[in-house]
Design a protein around this ligand. Structure first.
Ligand SMILES: Nc1ncnc2c1ncn2[C@@H]1O[C@H](COP(=O)(O)OP(=O)(O)OP(=O)(O)O)[C@@H](O)[C@H]1O
Length: 259
């Protein structure tokens, strides 16, 4: 049986510069994986490569054993929430149904019972049942995020890829979102890019740190060494009660500062 995602010695260049350097990575069915790393470390380029939008200079990517473009219909993608126009006059149901468009046959798209059922299931998975008739403009930031994830889930993906799912939500909302994403593992494999180490800690079983090169860890506990390897500066992680914090040492190594 093939793996969900197999990346083998991948090198990707953008504008003549190597942005992914000899990256190898495997995702197994049911993994909930997070890619962390500094700005410009190559996280978006990594996702674009998996989606078939950037071509490797060398190495290979197989999604469900196929070229990324060939596997696209089995992959759900949730871009950063700011890329959506929430001022558009549309209800939550209408927005989530657009996630079915690739499944509706014919040139004149007419949703069927199965499309409405898939949209309802997707909303239920994101704890959004009851929001169907609400205008998307009136949702809170956390609700908007769950609506765009529902839209991707409506396409019934086997691999769900998310770019910064908790970037515009507060700590408790991010934590709730991560719990909902973790619950999807029975049905699909989840891969996300995030800066939010606090929210994802304890909800993922794979962590990879990307800073042009990829450092992978089969663990749901993120240590300072892992993050330091990716961010290129000393990092410690501490926990107060249930809330993990990260402490980045100053670059002159004189004194740490909590964030
Ligand atoms: N369209 C582009 N053309 C050329 N180079 C690009 C392009 N987009 C990104 N890059 C470069 O590729 C490298 C990786 O960028 P990328 O956006 O993948 O990183 P990232 O980890 O997603 O960053 P961030 O956390 O800031 O979103 C950076 O050096 C960036 O300048």
């Amino acid at each position: 049986m093939c793996e969900i995602l197999e990346i083998d010695h991948l090198v990707v260049e953008r504008a003549g510069h190597v942005v992914l350097d000899d990256v190898s990575f495997v995702l197994h069915k049911g993994d909930v994986a997070a890619i962390i790393g500094p700005n410009g470390g190559g996280k978006t380029s990594f996702l674009m490569s998996i989606l078939g939008l950037l071509q490797p200079k060398s190495g290979s990517i197989r999604v469900f054993g196929e070229e990324p473009a060939a596997a696209r219909s089995r992959v759900g993608y949730v871009p950063q929430v700011h890329t959506f126009d929430f001022s558009y006059p549309m209800t939550v149901r209408e927005m989530v149904l657009t996630g079915r468009l690739g499944h509706v046959p014919g040139l004149v798209k007419r949703y069927r019972e199965s499309d409405y059922a898939a949209a309802a299931n997707a909303l239920a998975a994101m704890d959004m049942t009851g929001y169907e008739s609400r205008p998307i403009a009136e949702l809170s930031g956390g609700e908007q995020q769950r609506a765009v994830i529902s839209r991707a889930l409506a396409g019934c993906p086997e691999l769900l890829i998310l770019d910064e799912p908790t970037v515009y939500v507060d700590g408790p909302t991010g934590e709730r979102l991560m719990t909902l994403l973790e619950d999807l593992r029975e049905r699909m494999t989840v891969l996300m890019v995030t800066h939010d180490i606090s929210a994802m800690s304890g909800h993922v079983n794979r962590v990879a740190c990307l800073n042009r090169k990829l450092f992978t860890h089969d663990t749901d506990r993120i240590t300072g060494d892992m993050v330091a390897a990716a961010y290129g500066c000393p990092v410690e992680l501490i926990t107060h009660g249930q809330v993990p914090h990260r402490v980045l040492a100053r670059h002159d190594d004189s004194e740490g500062g909590e964030r």
